[in-house]
Design a protein around this ligand. Structure first.
Ligand code: TMP
Length: 213
């Protein structure tokens, strides 16, 4: 079986975890061995970096350090988890990947998209997801969904303007890369979102694998 790499993106509170679980069940039925992972994290080193990046006590963290820490966690995840899994023909579902850096650091923090890609070249070594699913949610609604959470992390404590730039950034990326980034409204019922994801995977990826045989 050929490896499959799918990432799930969207603002905080968009419902990525639910869709990842539904996608896992669907791909398992298709015969895939599944690896579910997340960013930042997914490795012992990556999870340690996550503790540093998201710690709300580190409000003095500068944008450059933030960008590099996300990239460092990504480099470890790519080498330790994603590349080996794809090499073994598994399906990797990643909760966030490079698009998160492009949107949060490149656009919302205004560091520039090109800077983000340049720094991340060392982490990615050419690897990109075959399909990126973007669950689209207005910033207001995202923050409302997170409000009941006991404690917000360092990124979640950013204000409404920041999260508006995140939502707009994702929409712009999805417009630029229509073939690879699938934009779905996160306000749809979860079954409808899942159905759209399945159609995209079958049309955009699995049909091509079959055509190659
Ligand atoms: P989450 O795993 O709960 O979604 O939290 C990760 C947070 O980190 C979220 O606010 C998005 C942010 N983030 C970035 O700013 N840049 C990145 O490259 C990644 C992977 C996440």
């Amino acid at each position: 079986m050929q490896g499959l790499f799918i990432s799930m993106e969207g603002p905080d509170g968009a419902g990525k975890s639910t869709q990842i679980e539904m996608l896992r069940d669907y791909l398992t039925d298709k015969g895939y061995e599944i690896v579910i992972t997340r960013e930042p994290g997914g490795t012992v080193i990556g999870e340690a970096i996550r503790q540093v990046i998201l710690n709300k006590d580190y409000s003095e963290m500068c944008s450059n350090a933030e960008l590099l820490l996300y990239a460092a966690a990504r480099a470890q995840l790519v080498q330790e988890v994603i590349r080996p899994a794809l090499g073994a023909g598994k399906a990797v579902i990643c909760d966030r990947f490079i698009e998160s850096s492009v949107v949060y650091q490149g656009i919302a923090r205004d560091m520039g998209i090109e800077t983000v890609y340049a720094v991340n070249e060392y982490a990615l070594e050419g690897l990109r997801p075959q399909l990126t699913i973007f669950l689209d949610l207005d910033a207001e609604e995202g923050l409302r969904r997170k409000k009941h959470q006991a404690e917000l992390d360092r990124m979640e404590t950013e204000g409404l303007d920041f999260h508006r730039r995140v939502a707009e950034g994702y929409r712009m990326l999805a417009e630029r890369e229509k073939e690879r980034i699938l934009r779905i409204s996160a306000t749809l019922p979860k079954e409808d979102i899942h159905a759209k994801i399945v159609i995209a995977i079958e049309e955009r990826i699995l049909s091509r694998y079959i055509n190659k045989i």
